[in-house]
Design a protein around this ligand. Structure first.
Ligand SMILES: Cc1cc2nc3c(=O)[nH]c(=O)nc-3n(C[C@H](O)[C@H](O)[C@H](O)COP(=O)(O)OP(=O)(O)OC[C@H]3O[C@@H](n4cnc5c(N)ncnc54)[C@H](O)[C@@H]3O)c2cc1C
Length: 341
């Protein structure tokens, strides 16, 4: 397919990791930023509803999509500049995130090894400020380039302008659906600073027999842990953690802790207490429970799964039941991390 061809009534089943059999009214693949600009300037007005698609690993289609899906497939990685300590690396949005991590490891550049094996593409990484094992994208982010979906103009968003927070950025709020991210630039370390603060990493390194780890070892440890804990979307439909870990005030946490001394939680830099949503869901009895073709995964209660053939609506209904029961038992309202379309 050439970049300019627009397909109609296109199946998204293999383009979302839930494997939901939704269709979009129109579909276009973009291989070069200038092709997106051309599309936006000539005739995109006929498609008032636009959805940017990367790897489809953080989306749940509630039904068929009535507008045009713009699938970003632009490629390219380059080192913009470097000194003794840092390299500034720019990556195009269509690069597969994990391939990008491996590329950086090959260049001996550190900073994103803890983010190994997160599914999806580079362009979506800033949207929810991806994070895992003690590291978030914001820790290495410098800027991104985006294209305005109204007029094809380009704009740089600096670190501050992105307003990163826990699984959040300006692109999930004020600027939602206004821009296509074209590329991101990260500042990566030549003098490596290892982050093994998540206990599981140290345990895995010692299981691997690694005594003085480097960034490649950390990446391998993270890959091993993720493979052992999380369902592979190629085998069972899911989008990773379906809910965010909720934050509550310390006073309310103390009340909960009195009733549930084993509650899993930690204090954030803002003084709030972050509760493990997986623990709350498990305590409500949902872990491993299957209802028809949907359920919360047996190894990780935070992961909503499609055992095959479930519709987006069925998955959302199940998620809503989980939200309701957690609210009833703990008085905490879970928020969806996954983008419901
Ligand atoms: C098994 C599994 C494990 C996961 N583990 C983690 C984890 O540890 N940490 C974590 O943070 N996430 C995790 N995720 C979620 C997911 O991998 C990330 O959110 C990822 O960044 C989504 O990338 P994507 O390309 O698939 O985005 P998509 O699902 O295609 O899109 C997600 C959102 O971003 C928008 N978007 C995508 N690309 C662009 C672009 N170029 N410009 C503008 N908007 C865009 C879409 O419109 C949509 O709103 C996991 C998912 C799975 C399936």
């Amino acid at each position: 397919m050439t970049t300019s061809s627009i397909l109609e009534n296109y199946s998204l089943k293999t383009l979302n990791t839930f494997g939901v059999d939704a269709r979009c009214r129109y579909y276009i693949e973009i291989h070069q930023p200038q092709d997106l600009k051309k599309f936006l300037l000539n005739g995109s007005k006929s498609y008032p509803q636009k959805l940017i698609l990367g790897g489809g690993s953080n989306m749940l289609f509630s039904s068929d999509y009535p507008g045009i899906v713009i699938h970003i497939k632009t490629k390219g990685i380059e080192i913009l500049s470097e000194d003794d300590n840092y390299a500034y690396v720019k990556a195009s949005s269509g690069e597969v995130w994990h391939d990008f991590v491996l590329w950086c490891l090959d260049q001996n550049l550190g900073g994103i090894e803890n983010l190994s094996l997160i599914p999806g593409c580079v362009g979506a990484a800033p949207i929810q400020n991806i994070g895992a094992y003690g590291v978030e994208l914001k820790d290495v982010f410098t800027e991104l380039e985006a294209m305005d979906l109204e007029d094809g103009s380009r704009r740089i968003f600096t670190y501050d302008e992105c307003r990163f927070a826990y699984r959040d950025s300006i692109f999930k709020g004020e600027e939602k659906n206004h821009y296509a991210i074209i590329s991101i630039t990260l500042r990566l370390n030549k003098q490596h600073v290892l982050n093994t603060s998540y206990g599981a990493i140290e345990e895995e390194l010692s299981r691997m027999g690694v005594k003085s780890p480097g960034i490649r070892d950390i990446s391998n440890a993270v890959i091993n842990i993720r493979k052992s804990k999380l369902p592979d979307p190629a085998e069972i439909g899911n989008a990773g953690s379906f809910f965010k870990n909720p934050e509550i005030a310390e006073s309310y946490f103390e009340e909960l802790k009195a009733k549930h001394p084993e509650i899993v939680a930690y204090k954030t830099s803002t003084g709030m207490i972050k509760i493990a949503a997986g623990w709350l869901i498990e305590k409500c009895g949902w872990k491993g429970i299957r209802s028809g073709q949907v359920g919360m995964h047996a190894k990780q209660a935070l992961v909503l799964v499609n055992y095959g053939g479930a519709s987006g609506e069925e998955l959302i209904m199940h998620a809503d039941k989980v939200i309701e029961s957690v609210h009833e038992k703990f008085g905490i309202l879970l928020e969806k991390e996954v983008n419901v379309i």
